[in-house]
Design a protein around this ligand. Structure first.
Ligand code: ZN
Length: 399
């Protein structure tokens, strides 16, 4: 059932799926998924941030169990990232609808509008807006790649659905997502609960030496900022490796000035990012890196500036929800286990506001944010089954 619909990614082509928030492809995808939602007995609409919401009332008037993920993709992304969680949520609603089973809780299925941050440069934007993580005054000022503000993009966005509010009270948030890395596929296991969503610390570093003639400046007289940057890059790698998995460290952006083959580089701007699931270790990595940069400055005769760290703490998933997911995994005939998420997800924004949990399925070969992204349909269906069973367990436990 899932396989019949999950591969249809509106806006997709052979080079991958590029479904940007508030684009025509996004509006079209919303209409398609809204149609599936209606067939599954959900009443559907969009909230003020362009999030697609389908709701099925419960027997009581208690809080809702929310299933969700995101509708948008990175440029030339895969067909599973985000879409799987939304489609699986609809499939859970459809299965309940077809069986005639009424839950005590209301059930909501949400397709968040903007998670990847491609359009406005802010990751998990839509779920941060919904939960008040980005105040309205700030979100109204954001400008997209097309120069339009978020407010203008939303005003022009016409998915053709009635207005529908995000559930005010929630008993739980559940998100099925592909792992997006090679760890799960390599483990030989198929369906874990997520224990913690990684913390992330980022900063921008400037190293300054002296630009000079590359032919006439002897090696002993150089203050080469790029050589210092090379030391810094290797130090990021060494610190992350010393911290052990799942800690990772990356220099993903670097600019060299003046950037000519016959000039000794006088200045390098670079980004540093660390991720790990322990807040103390994350801070230790930042402090260790500052000491390394100071050492590089001394060794290479460079001045340096380290920007303020933008640090987001790790977000543990709710223990009660993790237990329900573990039971659902057991009920599916698999050995329950949990693993951390190295990627950020909408669930990390929902978690401070409601008990939240995630279910992962393997990414074949570890590819994601790529047209090569793939998850076996059997694994996708297994994940959707665990999601459905978790809903039933939480519904029974919370009545
Ligand atoms: Zn995603």
């Amino acid at each position: 059932m899932l396989a019949a619909h999950g591969g249809e990614a509106p806006g997709g082509d052979a080079r991958g799926v590029s479904r940007f928030p508030f684009s025509a492809a996004h509006a079209q995808a919303i209409r398609v998924v809204a149609g599936w939602m209606e067939e599954a007995g959900l009443s559907t609409g969009c909230d003020e941030f362009g999030n697609l919401i389908g709701i099925r009332p419960g027997r009581g008037d208690g809080p809702a169990i929310i299933l969700g993920s995101h509708m948008d993709t990175v440029p030339c992304g895969g067909i599973f990232d985000g879409a799987l969680g939304v489609v699986a949520g609809v499939e859970v609603a459809a299965a309940l609808h077809e069986s005639g089973r009424r839950l005590h809780h209301a059930l909501a299925v949400v397709g968040f509008a903007d998670e990847e941050g491609h359009q406005f440069g802010v990751g998990t934007l839509a779920s941060r807006c919904v939960t008040g993580g980005i105040p309205r005054e700030r979100s109204a000022l954001l400008r997209g790649r097309d120069g339009r503000t978020l407010a203008e993009s939303l005003a022009a966005f016409a998915p053709g659905l009635p207005r529908c509010a995000f559930p005010e009270r929630a008993a739980a948030y559940l998100e099925l997502h592909i792992e997006q890395g090679p760890v799960l596929a390599r483990s030989g296991r198929r369906v874990p609960a997520v224990s913690t969503i990684t913390g992330i610390a980022r900063t921008a570093v400037v190293l300054e030496g002296e630009s000079n003639h590359a032919g006439t400046t002897p090696m002993t007289d150089r203050r080469d900022a790029l050589v210092g940057a090379a030391d810094v890059i290797l130090a990021v790698r060494a610190l992350a490796r010393a911290a052990g998995a799942p800690a990772v460290g990356t220099v993903g952006a670097l600019s060299v000035s003046p950037g000519a083959s016959n000039v000794v580089p006088g200045r390098v701007d670079l980004s540093i990012e660390f991720r790990t699931i322990d807040g103390v270790r994350l801070r230790n990595l930042c402090a260790g890196m500052e000491a390394e940069i100071q050492q590089v400055g001394q060794n290479r005769g460079l001045s340096y500036h380290i920007g303020d760290w933008d640090l987001r703490d790790p977000v543990p998933m709710n223990e009660g929800v993790q237990r329900a997911i573990a039971q659902a995994i057991r009920d599916a005939g698999c050995e329950p286990f949990a693993m951390p998420s190295g990627a950020g997800h909408d669930a990390m924004n929902l978690a401070p506001h409601m008990p939240s949990g995630m279910v992962f399925v393997p990414s074949a070969g570890g590819f994601s944010h790529s047209p090569r992204e793939w998850t076996d349909w059997e694994d996708a269906a297994l994940g959707a089954g665990v999601l459905a069973r978790t809903v039933v367990l939480l519904d029974e436990a919370g009545r």
